[in-house]
Design a protein around this ligand. Structure first.
Ligand code: SF4
Ligand code: SF4
Length: 132
């Protein structure tokens, strides 16, 4: 069910998606699902219509469409609920930012360990050839 709180929503043409994952990385609000080499979909209940996923798509298969659930006249109650929606979006963005930071830190640690292991192996090989 699309969120009624966004004026527009992103939609992915899944028949053209090549599963590159660039849109997932670009979406600050965790509103896109998919994994590498598989088709991707927008979770319309989370989409804010921010537009940030459109440009990175290499096959141009994401477009923004008007959200027909967004009311033309908005009550105070609607505005209140919309604030809650935006707050939840902000929290998802913060959680995603932390997760991304942790993943980068983990990848860096992994690369450092690999580099160190290679350097150790090289050192041992040098020592062996020197001893023989
Ligand atoms: S329009 Fe914004 S919130 Fe919606 S899927 Fe794209 S990047 Fe995410
Ligand atoms: S950026 Fe485009 S092609 Fe890549 S995963 Fe997203 S929708 Fe599919």
């Amino acid at each position: 069910m699309p969120s009624p709180y966004s004026r527009s929503l992103a939609v992915i043409d899944e028949t053209r998606c090549i599963g590159c994952t660039l849109c997932i990385k670009a979406c600050p609000f965790d509103a896109i699902l998919g994994c590498s080499q598989k088709l991707h979909s927008v979770i319309s209940a989370y989409c804010t219509g921010c537009n940030l996923c459109i440009a990175p798509c290499p096959v141009d298969c994401i477009k923004l469409v008007k959200n027909n659930h967004f009311p033309s006249e908005r009550t105070a109650q609607f505005e209140h609920a919309r604030k809650d929606f935006l707050l939840a979006c902000k929290q998802r963005a913060e959680i995603k930012a932390i997760r991304t930071q942790q993943r980068h830190a983990y990848n860096k640690q992994l690369m450092d360990t690999k580099k160190k292991n290679l350097a150790d192996q090289l050192q041992q090989l040098k020592k062996k050839s020197f001893d023989s």
